[in-house]
Design a protein around this ligand. Structure first.
Ligand code: NDP
Length: 327
């Protein structure tokens, strides 16, 4: 028997979460049984834990947790054997399939990635889906060319934002960090940001489709009115990686930045990302994310902290990256 955070739904549709002892035979089907060591808290975990499962969870009882790291305990797939260190992100694990908020998880071999050398399971979850997505964003910007001048990171004190700031600064880019929490300024500067932009400066809806050419690239975790504003401030031919919707799913913009400035809007999805790209991104994380900066982002937690933390993240109250020691 082992511990799992089980979410149940009552007859009135109300959901509640409780740490419960379950057995291996209750786990869903899959080729690989993993002893989970660490998991984390992403915005999506907040949605999955919220009433109605945020429209993401299909069936109850459910074990949330969209990502985890750990050690293979048993595998019927030749690619993995007992003792291998692995990490999992995406593939709708924690939404449609039971996830990482349990001491064991059974999953498809295709969904796993071997932990790159130099990265511990704890560091892998300090990175988590949020950090992997930051790396995918930086790779997408690189593929399209990052211009000189500051690279903007929105939602900077959050998970995606924090890791993006550290990676970009580590690669030698000047980084401007947008935050709505002035108290995080020192934290963002310690991660490598050289300029702090107040959220209010970019929150207003677009008045002019083009403003001064300011940013050489952008990792955008916010979307909505802020993304629309930022598009009109990009340098000629620069790119924005659209990662998140913390500020809204709408995009109240015009096509003018695309037509007159050749701005590129690059969609970033981490969930269905092909295996080879995931592997490349994890290897880049191990190489290009300064581990001391990663450590500075870590908020340590345990399984019993999860209900509160998943609520906090929906309210924009989590700074950096939560690392949950599941044992
Ligand atoms: P966090 O909650 O950790 O970070 C989001 C940050 O956005 C907050 O910390 C805050 O930063 C800022 N923010 C929150 N609300 C608003 C608002 N109303 N207006 C402007 N800024 C706001 O979440 P994550 O970093 O884990 O995820 C960020 C986004 O990226 C989410 O929307 C998530 O769903 C998405 N995502 C997408 C993935 C993909 O595959 N495309 C993968 C992972 C995440 P600050 O306090 O600094 O202002």
């Amino acid at each position: 028997m082992f511990n799992a955070l089980i979410v149940t739904k009552d007859e009135e549709g109300k959901t509640s979460a409780e740490i419960t002892q379950i057995s291996e035979d209750q786990l869903p089907e899959g080729e690989v049984l993993v002893a989970v060591e660490y998991t984390t808290v992403n915005y999506k975990d907040g949605l999955c834990m919220s009433a109605g499962g945020g429209g993401l969870v299909r069936n109850y009882p459910h074990v949330p947790g969209i990502d985890f790291s750990g050690t293979v305990e048993a595998s019927s797939d030749p690619r993995y054997k007992a003792g291998d260190k692995v990490v999992l992100t995406g593939w709708r694990v924690g939404e449609a399939h039971w996830g990482g908020y349990a001491q064991k998880a059974r999953v498809k071999a295709d969904w796993l990635v071997p932990l790159p050398s130099g990265l511990t399971p704890r560091q892998a979850m300090a990175v988590g889906t949020a950090g992997l997505t930051s790396m995918l964003s930086v790779m997408a910007l690189e593929n399209h060319g990052i211009k000189s001048g500051p690279v903007l990171v929105t939602g900077a004190a959050g998970g995606v934002g924090s890791v993006a700031v550290a990676i970009l600064a580590g690669l030698g880019h000047e980084v401007a960090a947008v935050t709505g929490r002035p108290e995080t300024e020192e934290y963002l500067t310690s991660l490598g940001a050289t300029q702090i932009v107040a959220r209010e400066e970019l929150n207003e809806t677009v008045k002019r489709p083009l403003e001064g050419e300011t940013w050489g690239g952008c990792v955008d975790a916010v979307g909505g009115a802020m993304l629309a504003r930022v598009l009109g401030q990009m340098q000629y031919g620069a790119s924005v990686a659209a990662v998140g919707l913390a500020g809204g799913a709408g995009l109240p913009t015009t096509v003018i930045p695309f037509l007159l400035r050749g701005v590129n809007l690059l969609g970033i999805d981490s969930v269905m990302q092909p295996y080879e790209n995931r592997l490349r991104a994890w290897e880049r994380v191990a190489k290009d994310l300064p581990m001391d900066k990663l450590e500075a982002m870590v908020v340590p937690a345990t399984m019993s902290d999860l209900p509160k933390l998943t609520t906090d993240i929906l309210n924009g109250q989590v700074k950096g990256r939560v690392v949950v020691d599941i044992n």
